[in-house]
Design a protein. Structure first.
Length: 294
């Protein structure tokens, strides 16, 4: 299983208790999970069930949507009513269209009831528990479609981030290849400056030897390069994870940036500094991409 994006859209339909149920959901980026689904007033008592269904499969992002009910075709009983005002508007519009186009023919009741919202269910009479099975089926269908969209976009994100991780490894390898000479060059510069200042630089001075050791340790970036390699390997593993990894990836990028900054400050080398700048520029592009990972 691959990573998922946080954006997507889904819809689903079902039927229950003489009603057609439609669920629509859309999702965008957000650090935490925030779910807002609007329901008809008489079904507000089902809100907690709806939110539980969404949270069962969505772990991060802002999910918004709606649950709508309509009377099923052929619905019967006193809970069904005709919107007479809307029906009159349809009749008027049809007759005008017929006159203007020289058409003839009668408008039947059956024809009229085919138009949207002419036949309506009195939602005040709907029993929430009776319609819940239909809402759940419609909601799960919408969630299935939404998740499929998030998975599809997640594949594109994973491909892009993977290529950028490969580029970061190239930069890291370039720095690693130059690192052994950094301490030596820095030591040579230090010794030259000591000589220019008229100070003794013979190897018999224990204090100077101690300072040179300390200086060498401070300019050594071996540990940072090793940790950086480990972070990049971890990043590739996250791209193949079967669980949400967006937050962990965000934290990992911060750790990678910290190591890069340390390398730049310790190396005191122009080539390495320029390479680190390119590294950080590419890392920023990765950071932007993972803001959309669940």
């Amino acid at each position: 299983m691959a990573i998922k994006s946080m954006t997507g859209y889904g819809q689903g339909r079902a039927r229950a208790a003489g009603l057609d149920v439609q669920a629509e959901l859309s999702a965008v980026n957000r650090k935490q999970l925030d779910v807002r689904v609007s329901l008809p007033r008489t079904l507000i008592v089902l809100e907690s069930r709806v939110l539980e269904e969404v949270r069962r499969v969505i772990h991060r992002g802002y999910v918004s949507g709606s649950i709508d009910l309509r009377a099923s075709a052929g619905a019967r009983g006193g809970s069904v009513r005709v919107d007479h005002a809307l029906a009159r508007d349809y009749v008027s519009a049809l007759r005008e269209a017929a006159d203007r186009n020289g058409l003839s023919g009668e408008i039947s009741a059956g024809m009229l009831l085919q138009f949207p919202d002419v036949l309506k269910r009195r939602l005040d009479d709907v029993v929430p528990d009776d319609v819940w099975p239909g809402i759940r089926r419609a909601l799960r269908a919408a969630l299935k479609q939404l998740i499929a969209a998030r998975v599809s976009e997640g594949r594109h994100l994973a491909t892009d981030v993977s290529c950028r991780l490969d580029l970061l490894e190239q930069y890291r390898s370039k720095v690693e290849g130059r690192a052994p000479g950094v301490t030596r060059r820095c030591r040579q510069v230090l010794m030259r400056r000591l000589r220019e200042a008229g100070l003794a630089t013979n190897g018999d001075d224990p204090q100077l030897a101690r300072e040179l050791v300390i200086f060498s340790e401070r300019s050594d970036i071996t540990e940072e390069l090793i940790r950086l390699a480990g972070h990049l390997t971890h990043g590739r593993r996250l791209l193949k994870a079967a669980v949400p990894v967006g937050r962990e990836f965000d934290f990992l990028v911060q750790e990678v940036l910290r190591e890069a900054n340390t390398i730049a400050s310790k190396s005191n080398d122009g080539v390495i500094s320029r390479t680190v700048i390119a590294f950080k520029s590419e890392l920023e592009r990765i950071r932007e991409q993972i803001q959309n990972i669940e």
